[in-house]
Design a protein. Structure first.
Length: 298
């Protein structure tokens, strides 16, 4: 028996028969082409739906944009009202909610990734965080309602801020843990080998290496809470008048959109479209600005 015959006999599978191998190759190419075509169609459908939403939002929202939207507070129908109080209220509640939830989520995510790997406590914290991440936001609103609104005897802006902070925390926890987990162990070992304490290694090395991913998680959290309506209905409620007091009901764009979108008055419906447009492009502007800052910081 020749060496070529012995080698061919040692080859497993369909390679022993050229005709079988050729037919398998044709079938695999066909399946690959079908999968590629399905992926392309799914991508085009997703892009078409997204473009349809954006174009509808721009078409319906831009027609209602005016100086009065940014200078007048909400008023009764037919009074040429604006969204100033709702815009300011949303900015305040979103900023405070992010400021409260981000440090907590960052610290918890750091503990899960750096200190508590494999421990029972870390597994329990991770489980609770995952439950909160998938929990409906209306349940968080009800929780804050029972915790703050009912005992204190009224709706308030600070209750809305806390509800949004609870939504922010699990998003930042999950992103921080995942991003820190992607850092090579050799980088940590090299830092420790130079004599740096663990906290300095985390702050100066790990955070810097994972800052883009962590920043993306924070931006996702901001985008999530910027459009939340249900938790604010049970906490800050909304306010048709100008108010910056966190101890009183506070207006917000999501709640105003919810109230105006189903109204029978055309000017209120138009303001709802304008509010949705402002939220969308506000989140887009925050994402673009953060990306530019992170790229310059490299």
């Amino acid at each position: 028996m020749s060496a070529s015959t012995t080698t061919q006999a040692a080859i497993p599978g369909a390679a022993k028969n050229p005709h079988v191998a050729r037919s398998l190759g044709v079938r695999r190419r066909r399946v690959d082409s079908v999968i590629k075509l399905a992926c392309l169609l799914a991508t085009l459908i997703g892009l078409a739906l997204l473009a349809s939403i954006l174009l509808t939002l721009i078409w319906r929202g831009v027609t209602g944009l005016s100086i009065g939207v940014f200078t007048n507070s909400t008023r009764p129908p037919g009074s040429n009202g604006g969204l100033l109080n709702a815009i300011v209220g949303s900015l305040i509640q979103t900023a405070i909610g992010t400021a409260i939830g981000t440090p907590i989520g960052l610290m918890v995510g750091t503990y899960l990734a750096e200190y508590g790997r494999g421990s029972t406590l870390a597994n329990a914290v991770r489980f609770v965080s995952d439950v909160l991440l998938s929990a409906p936001s209306i349940l968080i609103g009800l929780f804050i309602y029972q915790l703050m609104v009912e005992p204190l005897g009224g709706f308030s802006g600070i209750a809305g801020c806390l509800a949004l902070a609870v939504i922010v925390i699990p998003i930042v926890v999950r992103t921080t843990e995942d991003m820190l987990g992607l850092i090579p162990p050799a980088l940590r070992e090299a830092t420790i080998g130079l004599g740096a304490p663990k906290w300095k290694m985390i702050v100066l090395i790990c955070y810097r290496a994972a800052r883009q991913g962590i920043a993306t998680g924070i931006l996702l959290a901001v985008a999530r809470i910027a459009g939340e309506t249900a938790p604010l209905l049970f906490t800050s409620l909304g306010n048709l008048n100008w108010s910056l007091s966190l101890g009183r009901p506070m207006a917000s764009l999501p709640v105003t959109i919810y109230q105006y979108a189903g109204s029978a008055f055309q000017d209120w419906v138009q303001l709802a479209w304008v509010g949705a447009l402002l939220i969308t492009f506000g989140v887009l502007a925050i994402n673009i600005a953060a990306r530019l800052v992170l790229q310059r910081a490299k």
